[in-house]
Design a protein around this ligand. Structure first.
Ligand SMILES: NC(=O)c1ccc[n+]([C@@H]2O[C@H](COP(=O)([O-])OP(=O)(O)OC[C@H]3O[C@@H](n4cnc5c(N)ncnc54)[C@H](OP(=O)(O)O)[C@@H]3O)[C@@H](O)[C@H]2O)c1
Length: 280
């Protein structure tokens, strides 16, 4: 990874762990952050291999500036890797979620991934680079009250499949990482965002979905404590970036492997029953 790797969403969680791991191995990491102070803190903690880059993946001007920063810092138009990690998780019943909130979910997770990939491709092409897209087990199995998030991750899967096939002539590899539950701030952030949204929903939303929403919130807080460490995902991202023959998909965590096997083999009626039991 001689030319450096750009990672989006490195302020916390998996992106931060990826940045720290790769920088620790001597890789120059262009660390995408939405607040420069987050990048400066990361550089202070990890070292000078971290080059903070202001990058909200939904902001076209920031995308363009981020690429200019990479070119300026790298001294040549090349990147060895792009990790599309930035993401948000919107929970709540599809029947009532405001369409604008769902649109924002897709802007960050799907269109942000595509826009950053488009912006980086010229640098990846000259740098013999690879792309790693952060999906989720939710990109294989859509749980109730996670429909907006899951559909964004299903879209990331489709984007990744098509990109992998389109970019094969240039030898640009595209891998998808599918973690199960990881102990990161995303869970608490997701509950706070859902609570803010629910406050504005009509009363019948809570009459109809109140108890399952409360259970989902409790589960989210538990996952924030009991999920696997983000460093385990970072190790898999490194493998996807460096393996001589990278896989197209990497499941991370036992729950992800079990979930993937069940969703591949069980009929929908049984999966529906399992989903109901799990959310009861
Ligand atoms: N944690 C899990 O259990 C889990 C499981 C499967 C997949 N994932 C995926 O892993 C990725 C990282 O999530 P995480 O768990 O590490 O959560 P996290 O700690 O909340 O990190 C998310 C990162 O994305 C950034 N971000 C959000 N919206 C952005 C935008 N529009 N532009 C640029 N950056 C943006 C956040 O920046 P700010 O700090 O500025 O908000 C933060 O740095 C996500 O794609 C998530 O869907 C997580």
């Amino acid at each position: 990874m001689q030319h450096g790797v750009l990672i989006s969403g490195t302020s916390t969680g998996i992106g931060r762990a990826c940045a720290a791991r790769l920088a620790g191995q001597g890789v120059v990491v262009f660390a995408g952050v939405r607040r420069l102070e987050d990048g400066e803190r990361l550089r202070d903690e990890v070292g000078d291999r971290i080059v903070p880059v202001l990058l909200d993946v939904t902001d076209p001007a920031q995308l363009a500036n981020a690429i200019e920063d990479v070119v300026a810092a790298n001294g040549q138009r090349a990147l060895s890797g792009l990790v599309n990690n930035a993401g948000v998780a919107l929970g709540g019943p599809l029947e009532f979620l405001p369409i604008d909130a769902v649109r924002a979910q897709f802007e960050a997770n799907v269109l942000g991934t595509l826009a950053l990939t488009q912006a980086c491709l010229p640098l990846l092409r000259t740098g013999d680079g690879r792309i790693v897209n952060m999906s989720s087990i939710s990109g294989r199995f859509a749980s109730p009250l996670q429909g907006a998030y899951a559909s964004s991750k299903f879209a990331v899967e489709a984007l990744s499949d098509a990109l992998r096939r389109e970019l094969a002539p240039w030898g640009i590899r595209v891998a998808v990482v599918q973690p199960g539950r990881v102990a990161t701030p995303i869970w608490h952030k997701s509950v706070s965002a859902a609570e803010a949204l629910l406050a504005d929903l009509p009363p019948e939303a809570l009459e109809l979905y109140g108890p399952p929403i409360e259970r989902a919130k409790r589960r989210a807080h538990a996952h924030a404590r009991a999920g696997i460490p983000a460093e385990r995902v970072a190790a898999v991202v490194e493998t996807a970036l460096t393996a001589r023959r990278p896989r197209t998909r990497y499941l991370v965590g036992r729950d992800a492997r079990v979930g993937a096997a069940l969703s591949a083999w069980l009929p929908d009626a049984m999966l529906d029953r399992l989903a109901r039991l799990r959310s009861a």
